[in-house]
Ligand binder design. Structure first.
Ligand SMILES: C[S@@+](CC[C@H](N)C(=O)[O-])C[C@H]1O[C@@H](n2cnc3c(N)ncnc32)[C@H](O)[C@@H]1O
Length: 200
C-alpha cells in the first residue's frame, strides 16, 4: 500500500488512508457513500450528472452503484486523470458553460444532479461563503434545467448567512429537503450537504 506522506499532505487522516486502500481518487468518496447509505439517492441504471467531479472519487463510487446500465457525466475545471468505465464522460470546463457541452453530448436529462463544487479558498470566510453559495445557485439552476420529475439533488455548501435561503429554494422545488453532515466531513469544516428528494 502507498503510504500517505504527512509532509506532502498535512490534512491526511484515517479517511485519506482508507481511500488509498480502497483505490478511490479522494477521501470525499466517503461523504457520498454516507449520503447514499442514508438517502438511497443513486439507483441502478440511473443517469447522473456530477458537478465539480475532479479528481473523480464520486464518479468512481456512482459508476459502481448505477452499474453498466447507468450513464454518468462529470464536469470540472481540472482534468480528471483516473481511468473510469466506458459509461462515464468527463468534460473539462466551467459549470457555467455546461449547457452547450450537454447539447453536444446529446445527454440533457438526468435522474440525479450531484455537486461537490468548492471555490478556490481566499482565506476570507465571508468571501469563501459567498463564492460557495454562487456555485450552489449555479448547481440548482442546472438541476432545474436537467432533472426529470422525481429526480434527486445533492449540493455541498459552506454554512453561512445565505445557507437558509438556499435550503428554502431547494425545499420549494423538491418533495423533501434535508440537510446532512457526513461523519467523514472534517471536524473544522463548515460544509454540509443540502439534499433534495423528488423533483417537482
Ligand atoms: C472537493 S472537489 C470535488 C471532489 C470530487 N467530488 C471527488 O470526489 O473527486 C471540488 C471541485 O470543484 C471544482 N470546481 C470549482 N468551481 C468549479 C466550476 N465553476 N466549474 C467546474 N468545477 C468547479 C474544483 O475544480 C474542484 O475539483
Amino acid at each position: 500500500m502507498k503510504r500517505t506522506n504527512k509532509k506532502k499532505n498535512p490534512w491526511a487522516d484515517h479517511y485519506t488512508r482508507q481511500a488509498q486502500k480502497d483505490h478511490f481518487a479522494a477521501r470525499s468518496v466517503y461523504k457520498l457513500q454516507e449520503i447514499q447509505k442514508k438517502h438511497r439517492i443513486l439507483s441502478r441504471r440511473a443517469r447522473i450528472l456530477d458537478l465539480g467531479c475532479a479528481p473523480g472519487s464520486w464518479l468512481q463510487f456512482a459508476a459502481r452503484t448505477v452499474g453498466p446500465g447507468g450513464r454518468l457525466v462529470g464536469i470540472d475545471l481540472t482534468p480528471v486523470t483516473i481511468a473510469l468505465p466506458d459509461n462515464v464522460t468527463v468534460i473539462t470546463g466551467d459549470v457555467a458553460d455546461l449547457e452547450g457541452h450537454l447539447a453536444k453530448l446529446g445527454q440533457t436529462r438526468f435522474d440525479v444532479v450531484l455537486s461537490d463544487m468548492a471555490p478556490a479558498t481566499s482565506g476570507n470566510r465571508h468571501v469563501d461563503e459567498a463564492r460557495s453559495v454562487g456555485l450552489c445557485e449555479t448547481a440548482l439552476w442546472v438541476a432545474d434545467q436537467t432533472l426529470v420529475p422525481g429526480g434527486g439533488f445533492v449540493c455541498k455548501i459552506f454554512q453561512g448567512s445565505d445557507f437558509k435561503a438556499f435550503a428554502d429554494q431547494v425545499r420549494q422545488r423538491f418533495d423533501r429537503q434535508v440537510t446532512f453532515r457526513p461523519q467523514s466531513t472534517r471536524k473544522a469544516s463548515r460544509e454540509v450537504f443540502v439534499i433534495g428528494l423528488g423533483k417537482k
